[in-house]
Design a protein around this ligand. Sequence first.
Ligand code: NAI
Ligand code: MG
Length: 352
Amino acid sequence: MKTTHRIALIPGDGIGAEVLPAARQVLDSVGARHGIGLEYEEFDWSCERYLREGAMMPPDGLERLRTHDAVLLGAVGYPGVPDHVSLWGLLIPIRRTFRQYVNLRPIRVFEGVPSPLRAALPGDVDFVVVRENVEGEYSEVGGRANRGFADELAVQESLFTRAGVTRVVDYAFDLAERRSGRLTSATKSNGIVHTMPFWDEIVAERAARHPGVVWDQEHIDALAAKFVLDPGRFDVVVASNLFGDILSDLAAAVAGSIGIAPSANLNPKRDYPSMFEPVHGSAPDIAGRGIANPIGAIWSAALMLDHLGHPEASADITRALTDALATGKALTPDLGGTASTGVFTEHLLSLI
Ligand code: NAI
Ligand code: MG
């Protein structure tokens, strides 16, 4: 029986619209090989739409996405539109309404993509950052008072719930069990004396239910240093929203290129669609030239196939990506090559 998945495509702005067609070509190719049907609906939601119509997406946008099995997003961001507009007008509503409480960021140092770090060798560095994606430090609770006076103040509350911490920590322990059985929890319970000890307690409680996983916890400052000094020691790293955000960008830099990093915003319970997107933004400096590296988007599409229940098809893509990078043929300029987005994509398709 042929399964058909309904995919919502949101190319967004700038190079988002250049890398998403590449990802779709690759999806169609592996889909055909593995008997996976994919139906797409494309949405023009973006900062460019915001400038035209005053909103990133229409009022019923979330309802329209709701009926899809997954969302594949390029990137949003346009000169002149403040970043909080694109974030709070599109990405955060999708993540929160669809309870995408896990942000998953795999990090790998590939042969052919030198890391800026001496210690980060191909094969050695291969880990996943699991970031809490809907609560924590990025909350809407707080406010400003006495605006314009000398005693002006701002308050921003962090929200950590037992249910919210438990589910993301459980996800991370399950993932560690399926990988090499090692987990590191990012904390700062020496300085942040309420929420972080609470986080640590829940991690310890959940660890007791996963006796097969060897785990430790590190303060976020020391952990940042270890990402640089000894990135090969990590397997699964679980962190709150803010810590995970910073760690995952640091980790993408360790891997050598922003253009290859993928991410998944997961609703592991599957009662809402999950969203897959490259880590990079809309890159206005190179947009329109057809030279964007599509690997971040293509690897994100591979994560999507895995989430939709097609691990073999997903592995076909990551294997072809690994081969393409190792041979160094037809790479885009950000990786030292001269190929266009289209030429690289054709080369990749020939390896699948
Ligand atoms: P960026 O990721 O767009 O670009 C940073 C640098 O990396 C640029 O020099 C760019 O040319 C290069 N780069 C990024 N992706 C590349 C790719 N696939 N191939 C080749 N080179 C690539 O980050 P930046 O410049 O800070 O932000 C630009 C816009 O994107 C802003 O409006 C920002 O808000 C938005 N943005 C959106 C994100 C999203 O949609 N999730 C994430 C990050 C930024
Ligand atoms: Mg970030």
